[in-house]
Design a protein around this ligand. Structure first.
Ligand code: MRU
Length: 362
C-alpha cells in the first residue's frame, strides 16, 4: 500500500539482511529497522517492531533464513525455530510459518539450506499479499451488498486494533475489503477504535487509512457500543490471531466487547481470516494461549511531544500494578461470518473443516 505516496511492503530482504518498517515509532516517524540475525528477528517480534499475525509469521520465516547464514545445521535451526515461536504465543501464524519453513529445510543438505530458506520466506511473503488481496475482493463484495441499504450514504464500518497492511506484508486482512471498496468508489467511513493499551488503532490504523485517503475517525475504545446503539455502525470488521476449529476467534483485547455490543445491536460482526490463522488442532477457543504483556504498556503511554520527540508518560500513581492480557476470545456464536481468501463462510465447525480441506471454492 502507499507510504507517503509510494508503494511499500512492511518487510523485504536487503542483501544478507532483512528490513522492516519499525512500527514502534509510527505514526510519528517512518523508520526502517535492519534485522541481521535470528536474535534480531526474535527481538523485533517480541518488542512489536513488527506485529500483526501474518507479518510476525513472515518475519519468523525470514528469521530462520537469517539463521542459515550463521549455522544451517539441524540443531541450530531447531533452536532458532523454538526461539522464534516463543517470541509471541497467541498468533498461530508465527508457529505456522516457522514450522512450515523448518519442515522444508531439514530434509535438504545443510549447504543448500540458506538459498532455500530465503526463497521460502520470500514465497510466504508473496503468498500473504495474494491471500490478503483475495480477502479484499470477497470482503468488498460483502461491503457493496451492505451499502445497498445506505442508498448512497457512506457505509459506516468499525474496526479494532490494526489489521491493515502494517499487520501483514501488504493489503491487510480486515482493512483489505475497505481498501478494495474504497478503490471501487464505494462511499465509506471507518470508526477506528484507539485500542488500548498500545493504541494500534490510533497510531497505525489511523496512519494507514490517512495514507490511502480513506475517511475515518478515531474513537475511544469505550465509544463503540454507544455508536452501535445509535445506528451509526453498519458493520464491524476485525482481524484475528487464531481461530479454533469451531470458529472461536482470538484477537486483540477488547474485540469480545465489540462483538457483544454488535450482537446486542444487530450489527454484523465479521472476522477477516487468512487460512494461516486457522488452528484446527484446537476446538475450544478458550484453549488458545493468551499472551500476557508487560504492565508498563498499561501504566504508560507513548506519543509525540510538542517538540517532536517521541516520549513515554506515566498514567497511574507510582507503584500501581497493572495486568495486560493482550488478546481475548470471541465465541463463534457472536461472529456473523469469516472473510477468508476462499470466500465468506460461517464461523461453524462444518464450514471451517471444508475450508481447511480446500473444499471451499475461491
Ligand atoms: O498485538 P498485535 O498488534 O500484534 O495484535 C494484532 C491483532 O490483534 C490483529 O487484529 C491480528 O493480528 C490480525 S492482523 C491482520
Amino acid at each position: 500500500m502507499l507510504l507517503h505516496g509510494r508503494h511499500s511492503r512492511t518487510i523485504w530482504p536487503e542483501g544478507d539482511t532483512v528490513a522492516v518498517l519499525d512500527q514502534r515509532v509510527l505514526p510519528h516517524r517512518v523508520q526502517t529497522l535492519v534485522l541481521r540475525s535470528v536474535h534480531d528477528a526474535v527481538r523485533a517480534i517480541a518488542d512489536m517492531a513488527v506485529r500483526g499475525a501474518p507479518l510476525i509469521g513472515v518475519t519468523g520465516a525470514y528469521g530462520l533464513a537469517l539463521q542459515t547464514r550463521a549455522d544451517a545445521g539441524d540443531a541450530a535451526l531447531q533452536r532458532a525455530a523454538r526461539e522464534l515461536e516463543a517470541a509471541r504465543p497467541t498468533a498461530v501464524n508465527l508457529a505456522w510459518a516457522v514450522r512450515r519453513a523448518l519442515a522444508r529445510l531439514l530434509p535438504l543438505p545443510p549447504a543448500g539450506r540458506a538459498d532455500a530458506a530465503w526463497a521460502i520466506a520470500a514465497r510466504l511473503a508473496d503468498d500473504d499479499v495474494d491471500v490478503n488481496r483475495r480477502i479484499g475482493e470477497h470482503g468488498a463484495a460483502l461491503l457493496r451488498l451492505l451499502a445497498e441499504r445506505r442508498r448512497g450514504e457512506p457505509l459506516q464500518i468499525l474496526t479494532h486494533c490494526n489489521a491493515g497492511w502494517l499487520a501483514t506484508v501488504d493489503w491487510g486482512t480486515a482493512l483489505a475489503p475497505i481498501y478494495r471498496a474504497h478503490a471501487q468508489r464505494l462511499p465509506l467511513h471507518v470508526w477506528v477504535d484507539e485500542t488500548r493499551p498500545r493504541n494500534q488503532g490510533a497510531s497505525l490504523t489511523a496512519f494507514e487509512l490517512r495514507e490511502q485517503g480513506v475517511p475515518h475517525t478515531v474513537i475511544a475504545d469505550n465509544a463503540g457500543g454507544h455508536l452501535m446503539q445509535r445506528g451509526r455502525v453498519d458493520a464491524v470488521i476485525v482481524g484475528c490471531d487464531r481461530v479454533s476449529a469451531r470458529g472461536d476467534v482470538a484477537n486483540k483485547i477488547g474485540t469480545y466487547l465489540k462483538a457483544l455490543a454488535a450482537h446486542d445491536c444487530g450489527v454484523p460482526f465479521y472476522v477477516a481470516m487468512p487460512s494461516s490463522t486457522l488452528d484446527c488442532t484446537l476446538d475450544d477457543g478458550f484453549d488458545i494461549p493468551i499472551e500476557e504483556r508487560p504492565a508498563r504498556e498499561v501504566t504508560h503511554l507513548t506519543g509525540r511531544d510538542a517538540g517532536g520527540a517521541i516520549v513515554q508518560v506515566q498514567l497511574v500513581p507510582d507503584g500501581t500494578s497493572a495486568a495486560n492480557p493482550a488478546f481475548d476470545v470471541t465465541p463463534a456464536r457472536l461472529v456473523t461470518a469469516l472473510i477468508s481468501e476462499c470466500g465468506v463462510v460461517p464461523a461453524t465447525a462444518e464450514a471451517i473443516a471444508a475450508l481447511a480441506a480446500g473444499e471451499v471454492a475461491t
